[in-house]
Ligand binder design. Structure first.
Ligand code: ZN
Length: 432
């Protein structure tokens, strides 16, 4: 039995708005109420706020290799998509690049306090070794010590090919695992077309069948501006009407973005039990507007937080985007309190992945946690150190990060991998 005690924190944010002081006791990778701590490893949290590890519910890790590309800034999405596609073609998407980009993106995640990343991977060239690509991303996660949700996406893929690839990825990565979650909880497989703007009903149907067979979560993107425009052009209907008809408004589905939604649509999403992911770090720079998170939550929709990918956000720093979410919320309704946005970035995201053991520090939860040092000048004068996590010190990074009871970031550095090597190998591959 391995026992870890996180001791001396200024505050422990246990779950949605529940703040306490005292120890966090971890036994064999899970948070417990109490245990014999005589021989425990002690993690000194003095000067720190302790939170659950953040859960990035919507990322595109491959885009980590394609940040700030010329010709991708300040342009409409209709031009952005082919610009990114040209870059993918030129680089050649294969297991090697997928793995190196994931390794960099996941290292960045851990270093900014994100312990679980849902990687909505959308680029699977026809005929490519897609199982090898998924394996490479999973290996990268295991290497740095992060949890990964590998979402077999699709973006204009042949529907049959996408579905058989998704099936092969399940068989290779999480065989015989209900819900597509590995026994140790470090890897999960899900499916998700890019959206109705990109994929036909057949892709939604066939990926949905794979999900149904294995109890996988389904994820897609909906109601950013181009999605609505294209749905109206192509089908004369709005995206959520189509998703509802296609059986993709349901409790196992999470929709990312949702910038442009009507009150009636919010009601239908809520009634179906569908969850949502807010991604302001992508939506705002892309000019898509601000999703009405207050209205979504008031309707009873579980809302998580995601960064979306490196091609639009260019960073995977979820806490920075939580701060942005809080700030821009005041443009579309009453401002979201910091505590609510922090719960979106943790338990809200985890719930949309069907992982209620993640994103909180209540007894029985997985011991994924961050120690945020609030003793420095950027936090001087802060009256509420938990709210200060977002209001003060933009871009803050955790001092220590624990995943499943194991320390993976110590003194702000990766424990299990070399940052310099991760950076060098990705640059070497993309400039080859
Ligand atoms: Zn996205």
């Amino acid at each position: 039995m391995s026992v870890l005690v996180v001791r001396g924190a200024v505050a422990v944010l246990e779950d949605a708005g529940r703040v306490r002081t005292g120890d966090v006791i971890v036994v064999d990778g899970a948070v417990v109420d109490d245990a014999d701590t005589t021989d425990a490893e002690i993690l000194d949290a003095s000067g720190c706020v302790v939170t659950a590890g953040l859960v990035n519910a919507h990322h595109h890790l491959l885009q980590t290799a394609f940040r700030t590309l010329p010709g991708t800034r300040g342009i409409p999405m209709r031009e952005w998509l082919p610009a990114m596609a040209a870059a993918y073609n030129a680089a050649g998407i294969d297991p090697e690049l997928t793995g190196l980009a994931a390794r960099a993106g996941l290292a960045e995640a851990l270093l900014s306090g994100v312990t679980t990343v849902a990687d909505h991977h959308l680029t699977w060239p026809s005929g490519a070794d897609t199982v090898g690509m998924a394996r490479a991303a999973a290996a990268a996660a295991a290497d740095v010590g992060a949890r990964l949700v590998s979402v077999r996406g699709a973006a204009r893929d042949d529907p049959q090919e996408a579905a058989s690839s998704a099936q092969a990825i399940v068989d290779a990565l999480v065989p015989d695992r209900p819900g597509g979650v590995s026994a140790d909880g470090m890897l999960q497989v899900a499916v998700g077309p890019a959206g109705v703007h990109s994929d036909p009903r057949e892709t939604f149907d066939l990926l949905g069948e794979v999900a149904h067979r294995h109890g996988l979560r389904r994820r897609t993107q909906a109601n950013e501006v181009v999605d609505v425009e294209i749905a109206l052009e192509r089908y004369g209907r709005r995206p959520l009407d189509l998703l509802e008809d296609w059986g993709w408004l349901a409790a196992d589905v999470t929709l990312a973005h949702l910038c442009d939604v009507t009150p009636d649509e919010i009601g239908r999403v809520a009634a179906s039990g569908t969850s949502a992911t807010h991604a302001p770090g992508c939506d705002v720079p892309m000019g898509w507007g601000v999703a009405p998170v207050r209205a979504l939550r008031d309707a009873g929709i579980a809302v998580g937080l995601g960064t979306s990918g490196g091609g639009s956000n260019d960073a995977g720093h979820l806490l920075a985007d939580a701060r942005l979410a809080m700030q821009v919320s005041a443009l579309v309704g009453p401002q979201l309190p910091a505590s609510e946005v922090l719960s979106m970035a943790t338990s809200g995201s985890a719930d949309g992945l069907g992982r209620t053991e993640l994103g909180r520090l209540t007894p029985g939860s997985a011991a994924d946690l961050c120690l945020w040092d609030v003793s420095g000048v950027a936090d001087a004068g802060v009256a509420d150190p938990v709210a200060g996590l977002l209001w003060a010190s933009p871009g803050r990074r955790p001092r220590t990060v624990v995943v499943g009871g194991r320390v993976v970031v110590d003194a702000g550095r990766l424990v299990r991998a070399d940052e310099g090597e991760i950076v060098a190998r990705l640059f070497e591959r993309v400039t080859r």
